[in-house]
Design a protein around this ligand. Structure first.
Ligand code: EPZ
Length: 418
């Protein structure tokens, strides 16, 4: 089991290039299955989850070629299976994203039920209900979602909870359905918009992506095309919080600032000075200690739940008290006990965390439990006195490309121990 060894105390300073967004590239790779020719996806981050999705596409029979820059060409014309097996799906919940495309393109799909994970039960009822509304016949048995449809029919679907991958699955299915589909209470995340951009370029007819109502007029076929993936707003946010916590100055390049409004506003509230251009965000803290900021997670354009752990880390050393309310997942506070072991003063009351900032925290052996919790622990380690060892680093590698290299380039003392 690999670990990260971090010596705290250095400021983060310099430039860091932000990779393509994990939560955009995963639905887009699944969407390549809808085409009747090959697609080329560029700016793909080198992440465990991308490798898993590539393996799944390969398992379905698609032909993949990956070049040295991680650009991926997917040829779906060789697909010969519509089964997404448990051994793959259990390692990555986002595998559920092949359900809509397989059903729409081939009329069949058997996808293992994704288990829950550390942050919650993560049901997929909204995905299933929406596809049933489009006249899919779906049974859930033996741990698999078994779906079939001669041809999906356009429908008006109201999603009673905002679901990012739920919206994406239904959006992808609707592109080849017979008639018009309206998805109401749709997720508005930038990654949904990036997927819709790719689908439109394939020939789909989509209106309203990025709003809470998406209208899709089904077409007969979609052709493969080239697409460059949106920059990762969560990776960028993570590095900017690291700069704010260490009192440094970091420039994130190749980012999409317009996708980061809620996070940038909170960084300003914490006392950071931001300089923004169309593909760059620079943060200057000039040695100041962060001010506490209250956080209330919500669907986009609200504050992203994927940045909650990182802001809890910053609030742990801020000069005052703050509250964080997690409204998206029922158990996304696994990082709290690890942060407490480093000296953070955090009290949990239901889905609210009350944080009293402390002057200093100490390094400790800690364990990662989920992707963003790990990021929060690494940020704590950057400012902790002494040495921190973060175990179960595979969680980090799911969503951050070469994090120890990027942090080292910014001046952190961090190394990977195998
Ligand atoms: C996506 O997960 C992201 N993953 C998550 O990022 C992110 O935290 C989450 O959206 C919220 O923004 C990908 O895009 C691959 P949801 P998703 O469906 O789609 C409930 C990361 O760290 N729900 O928007 O699975 C669900 O339990 C990951 O990169 C149902 O009840 O999340 C949750 O409470 C973590 N039934 C809420 O809705 C359903 O059918 C939002 O979940 C679907 C969801």
């Amino acid at each position: 089991m690999e670990k990260l060894l971090i010596q705290g105390g250095n400021r983060l300073e310099g430039d860091v290039r932000i990779s393509g967004a994990k939560n955009a590239v995963l639905p887009i790779l699944a969407a390549t299955l809808l085409g009747d020719s090959a697609s080329r996806i560029c700016n793909v981050p080198h992440l465990r989850d991308v490798t898993t999705m590539n393996r799944l596409l390969g398992q379905l029979g698609a032909s993949l070629t990956v070049d040295e820059k991680m650009n991926i060409e997917v040829d779906p014309t060789t697909v010969n299976s519509t089964i997404a097996p448990y051994d793959l799906v259990k390692t990555m919940r986002a595998s559920i994203l092949v359900l809509g495309p397989l059903l729409a393109r081939y009329g069949f799909a058997e996808v293992s039920l994704p288990g829950g994970c550390a942050i919650g039960a993560r049901p997929v009822n909204l995905h299933i209900d929406g596809l049933r509304a489009m006249k899919a016949e779906i049974v859930v048995e033996e741990g698999y979602i078994k779906a079939r449809a001669k041809r999906l029919r356009g429908a008006r679907i109201f999603m009673d909870m905002v679901s990012v991958t739920g919206t994406e699955n239904l959006l992808m299915a609707a592109t080849l359905a017979d008639g018009v589909t309206v998805i109401e209470n749709a997720a508005r995340e930038p990654e949904v918009v990036d997927l819709a951009d790719y689908l439109s370029r394939m020939g789909a007819r989509i209106e309203g992506a990025g709003t809470d109502t998406i209208t899709v007029e089904g077409v007969e076929r979609l052709r493969g095309c080239e697409h460059t993936v949106l920059p990762d707003r969560i990776e960028a946010g993570t590095f900017l919080v690291g700069a704010a916590m260490t009192g440094g100055r970091v420039r994130c390049v190749d980012v999409a600032p317009a996708s980061m409004d809620a996070v940038l506003a909170k960084l300003r509230e914490a006392g950071a000075e931001l300089t923004i251009s169309d593909s760059m965000v620079a943060l200057e803290m000039d040695g100041a200690r962060p001010r506490p900021v209250d956080i209330h997670t919500a669907p986009h354009p609200g504050f992203p739940t994927d940045m909650q752990a990182q802001f809890m880390a910053m609030n742990s050393i801020a000069d005052g008290t703050s509250t964080l309310v997690e409204t998206i997942f029922e158990n996304r506070y696994m990082h709290v006990q690890e942060m407490q072991r480093m000296g953070a003063d955090i009290r949990l009351e239901g889905n609210t965390a009350i944080v009293s900032g402390v002057e200093s925290i100490t390094g400790a052996p800690v364990m990662a439990t989920d992707l963003r919790a790990s990021a929060g622990l690494i940020l704590m380690a950057l400012v902790a006195r002494g040495e921190t060892v973060v175990d179960r680093v595979y969680h980090i590698d799911r969503g951050y490309e070469r994090i120890e290299e990027k942090l080292s380039q910014l001046g952190a003392r961090i190394q990977r121990l195998s």
